[in-house]
Design a protein around this ligand. Structure first.
Ligand code: AHR
Length: 659
């Protein structure tokens, strides 16, 4: 609907006289004066994005659509090598399960799940069960795809695959026949009827005919986003899509590096048929099947209309193992060049052709490559040599790529980076964040552009509270105001499976807290910080407007005093809309006097989106997913000079047309 514009006579007002007028009206009221005619910085379209890695069961047991745990039978951290322990698989009926080494599916899946069902009989099913990632979801009228490789001693009888409630009710099932002495792949669909959504279920593979079976790659997928085979969980993808991320930094984080060189994200080993992927241990202490390999990550970017920010392994692992000389770096540099070719090359190139063969003919867009991760931890000083060697080789072949350093500028004296990836976690809580809101205001613009590749305010154990979200929003106003220097940012970590956290380290589903989006096998929710990111990401402008405040109140926490009001004003040039983001950290509602300098026409009506809560210690949860959620309303009475009241403990986004 076309908004009504109020026309004003062109009346150039000086800031000083405005302040006097305001002071006469209501001396204590905070005033924000926005210069509509004064652009302070352009905002990069890539300003808001996502940081991801395999942490907190973000992919396995999270975004990646596989519903069964330990598909490859390899267990966690090499547990599979103890031949008696097929973890997450248990016998059904009078059977036994174990690990078999004698007749592997291939060199990569070198073990299989041996199921002795010789005591099976009609009415006495015997087989194996898997409890998924803390439950197997069942939704009404939904199709599931089960698949597996199997062989048997002789010819086996019919095999039943089922999703079964933990109370014993079969919710969906299907039967396959033809399992014989040679390895063969089977696939079948299972359909639920009008069942209630649930996760207290498990998956079973059973027979009522005596048999000895060997299994590999036993898999169950529900529907996936955009119906991709080997795809992603739709509800989580919808949450991410709502953030409108412009980029995804992948594949980490520590997950890029691994605890050792042998446990790095070895992208070539994550390509091709699933049964050809060896998998590897994540530095976050659990096994990745690498079903979520490089191509799946790129598809993920494509589905979200985001661009990858590709982090390449740079010869440094978390245990301090590193490469010191350019000569010894050569294989790793070649690997990075191959990886960039896989992402961007056409079919005439070796690795571009491999991507085409893997099912994605079109190259992916790529503008940013990050060399390593958090190399400021490398006390050996090797990053200077490593960064220069990678930079020179990548620039020689791909001069248009922007190459990002992961250490301070002083760490790479031999080669100036195009950009710096800086990380900021407010481990000490909100006051640490408020102290950093103005961090970039005075940084020399002669320094490289900044990507704040990981940041978060810590308040709340597994997931952030409203208090953290308010600090996050304040921090973002600081980043947006400095958008000429800080051109991209991403909160971290993004995803956490909350099914089994807070218990013993082993089998704990959360390794890092807090996180942005929480879920279990069935449900999910966005934290208050998620809503802040979603509001800011969706309500982004392309230019920062100059603004200044007066009469800004304070608040005190942990004996420190900070301003209680934060804001940033931006505009979207395409349609002349202004976005005013306001953060009120105080415990009382705050009327704010807003003055638009240099405006000729201001719409009377705007859209106000408010995220607020009664107690800053509150958060959302799986049981109360919407306790703190943004509410949208239409507001009237906007003009070149208006008062907008914002609630206590709130983040607001006011969007209106102004010229
Ligand atoms: O976001 C969690 C971890 O924090 C990342 O893996 C690492 O880069 C940082 O230390």
């Amino acid at each position: 609907m076309k908004q009504r514009l109020l026309a004003f006579a062109a009346l150039p007002l000086m800031l000083a006289s405005l302040s006097q007028a305001v002071a006469a009206d209501a001396p204590a009221k905070p005033t924000i004066t926005i210069a509509l005619d004064q652009t302070k910085a352009k905002i990069d379209p890539k300003f808001y994005g996502l940081m991801t890695e395999e942490i907190n069961f973000a992919y396995e047991g999270g975004l990646y659509g596989e519903l069964l745990r330990n598909r490859t039978i390899k267990g966690e951290e090499g547990i599979a090598y103890r031949a008696d322990n097929p973890i997450y698989w248990s016998p059904v009926g009078a059977g036994t399960v174990g690990i078999d080494w004698a007749y592997p599916l291939n060199d990569i899946q070198h073990i299989s799940l041996a199921v002795d069902a010789s005591k099976a009989a009609p009415g006495h099913a015997v087989g194996v069960a898997n409890t998924g990632y803390w439950g197997v979801p069942a939704r009404p009228n939904t199709t599931y795809t089960a698949s597996f490789f199997a062989h048997a001693e002789g010819d086996a009888g019919p095999i039943k695959l089922a999703i079964v409630s933990d109370g014993g009710e079969t919710l969906a099932s299907a039967t396959v026949t033809g399992v014989g002495p040679k390895w063969k792949r089977f696939e079948v669909t299972l359909h639920t009827g009008a069942v209630a959504p649930s996760k207290a279920n498990h998956f079973t593979l059973t027979t009522e005919t005596p048999a000895k079976l060997w299994l590999q790659q036993v898999s169950l997928f529900g529907p996936t986003y955009h119906n991709r085979a080997n795809g992603l969980r739709p509800d989580l993808m919808e949450k991410l899509a709502a953030m409108k991320p412009a980029f995804i930094r992948l594949p980490g984080g520590n997950y890029l590096e691994g605890d050792t060189f042998g446990q790095r994200f070895d992208w070539k080993a994550t390509l091709g048929p699933l049964e050809q992927r060896p998998g590897h241990r994540s530095p976050w202490n659990y096994w990745s099947t690498d079903g979520m390999g490089l191509l799946e990550m790129l598809d993920w970017c494509e589905d979200l209309k985001a661009e990858p920010v590709l982090a390449v392994f740079a010869g440094y692992a978390l245990n301090g193992q590193h490469v010191d000389t350019a000569k010894d770096l050569e294989p790793f540099i070649q690997d990075a060049l191959d990886e960039i070719e896989y992402v961007t090359g056409d079919a005439s190139t070796k690795w571009g052709a491999r991507r085409v063969a893997d099912g994605h003919p079109a190259p992916f867009p790529l503008h940013y490559v990050e060399i390593g991760n958090e190399d400021f931890f490398d006390n050996s000083g090797s990053y200077d040599v490593r960064f220069k060697a990678f930079y020179s080789a990548i620039k020689a072949k791909y001069p248009n790529l922007q190459l990002i350093s992961t250490a301070a500028l002083s760490a790479t004296p031999s080669q100036r980076p195009d950009m710096l990836d800086e990380h900021f976690y407010a481990f000490k809580g909100e006051t640490e964040t408020y102290a950093r809101v103005h961090e970039y205001d005075n940084r020399s613009r002669a320094e490289p552009k900044v990507f704040v590749g990981e940041w978060a305010s810590h308040d709340g154990w597994r997931m952030p509270t409203l208090r953290a979200a308010l600090a996050d929003a304040a921090y973002l106003t600081g980043l947006e105001r400095n958008a000429d220097l800080v051109i991209m940012n991403a909160y971290a970590p993004l995803l956490a499976n909350l099914s089994h956290s807070g218990g013993p380290a082993k089998d704990n589903s959360v390794q890092w807290a807090p996180n942005l989006i929480g879920y279990d096998a069935l449900r999910n929710y966005g934290t208050p910080s998620y809503h802040v990111l979603q509001m800011f990401g969706a309500g982004r402008g392309d230019a920062v407007l100059a603004s200044e405040g007066a009469n800004v109140p304070d608040f005190t926490a942990e004996g420190k005093t900070f301003p209680a009001l934060y804001w940033v004003a931006t505009k979207r040039t395409s349609d002349g809309h202004v976005q005013l983001k306001l953060v009120n950290r105080s415990g009382s509602a705050q009327p704010i006097h807003v003055v638009l300098r240099g405006a000729h026409n201001v719409a009377d009506t705007g859209t106000l989106t408010v995220l607020a809560g009664k107690d800053p210690g509150d958060s959302n949860s799986l049981d109360q997913p919407e306790l703190i959620a943004p509410k949208r309303q239409t507001v009237h009475g906007l003009s070149r000079d208006f008062v907008q009241t914002v609630p206590a403990y709130s983040v607001s986004l006011l969007d209106f047309a102004a010229r």
